[in-house]
Design a protein around this ligand. Sequence first.
Ligand code: ZN
Length: 459
Amino acid sequence: MEVADKVILARKVLRSMLKTVPTQATAELTAIEARVLALITEAAWLELTCELVPAGQPEAENPLDPDEPPGREEAAAFFMAEKLRAMGFGIEFKSKTEGRPNVIGTLPGSGNGPSLILNDHLDTYPAGDWSAWTMTGGDPFKPTRHGDRLYARGTSDTRGNLACILLAVRAIREAGVQLAGNLACVFTVDEEKDGPDGSIFLLDDCGLKADHVIVAEPTGWTRPDGSWGMGIAVANGGHWLVEVETRGTKTHLWRPDTGINAVAKMARLLLALETMTFTHEAVHMPGGTPPRTAIIRTQGGAKREMQFTPDVCRSVIAVVGIVPGMTAESVLADIEAVLTAQRAADNELEASVRPYPGALFVDATQEQDAEAGPTRQLRAAYRRVLGEEPALYRKNAFNDTIRFSERRVAAITFGPGEDGWPPVNEYIQISKSVAATQILALTVLDLLGVATPPERSPA
Ligand SMILES: [Zn+2]
C-alpha cells in the first residue's frame, strides 16, 4: 500500500472511531494501528462484557472477610481460558487450592522485544442483597444498559476491564499482527482477599515474571459536568484489618448502673478511632484519603442474653490509605496511643487491639517511573486516543499491581471501571471502555513492537 493510501485509511478509521468515542484524537495512525482500532467497537466490547459478567457467578464472589470462605473461580477461569485459546494463546492453569485455578495465557513474540503481562482477576465482591439491584431487575449478574452505562456486579470491578484486555488482544490477532515481544494474559483468583492463592502464589511459587505489567482495574473518573477520563495508578495505598475489643462487667438489665457495658464503652471509643490520625511522612503522591480508619463491623451482645448487659464488644477496623513508611507496628502503636488517651479519660475502660486473625498487612507501593515502561507507552497511547495527558495517581485500593510492584516488577493500573463505583448497582461507562480498549491495544503494539507487517490489505 502507498504511503498516501495509508494516511487516507488512517484518517477514515480515526473518523469512524470518533463517532462512538467522544475524543479529540490528533495523532496519525499507522495502517496496522488503524486496522487494529477498527476492530475495537462498542458492539464488540458490549457483547464480550455481557458474556463475561455472568460467567462462573455467583461462585466467584470472594469476600475480604478472613473468617468467610473464599470464592471458587474455576468456572470463570475455564471460560476466560477458552477465550484466550481461541485467539491462539497457550494455556496453563496454576492452582494453589482446589477449585481456584489461575489462568496463564501466553503468546510468544518473534523473540526480540520485551515481555508484557496484561493482568486481571476472576473473583468479584459479593453482590449482597439481590433486591437492592434495582438497575438490573434484581439480578446482579444480568448486564443491563441504561444510556452510556452498563450495570451489573463485576462491570467496573473487573470483568468490564477484563473485556478490554480480551478485545484489545483479539483485535491485534485478527488484524494479523505478529508481536515482537512476549505477551501473557494472567487472570488471577483470590484478588479480593489480597492474593494468597492468586498473585502471591504465581509470583512466589510459580516463577511468574515479565518486564512490564498492566493491571486492568478501575481507574476511571467522571466529573459532575459529565466529562470523563481515566487516570494511571502508578502506586497503590496499603491497608490492614485490626480488631478492637472492649470488656466490661455483665449485669442484669434491670440494674445497668451496677456494671460496665462493653457496647457503650465501644461506642465512645469508636468516635475517637474514627477521627484518629496515623503517624506518617508526607508523600509526593498521596492517595484518595490520608491514612485513616474505616469501621466495618461491630458485634456486642449475645443471642439469648437479653436479660443481661454485654460484657464484651468487638469491632473490626480497616486501616486504609496506608502510605510508604507505615508498618504494622506503627499502625498498632498509633491505635494503642488512642486507647491509652481514652483510658486516661475513663478509668473504667478496658480495651485492647490486635491484628484481625487471617488478615494480611498490605504495604503501600513506591511510585513507578512515569518516563519508563509501561507508563510511558500507556501515556502516549492515551494522548493519541483522547488528546490529553492522563493524570498519574496513587489508588486507594488493593490491586494485584501491589504484588507485582513489591517484587520490583514495573506494574501499573489502568482501566475504564469507575474508581469509586457504588457497592450496589455497580456500573461501567461504555464509551470510556471502548476508548480504554483502544488505548490498551496501541500500548501493546508500542511496548512489544510489531515483528512483521501483515501481508493482507485491510478491507
Ligand atoms: Zn478489582
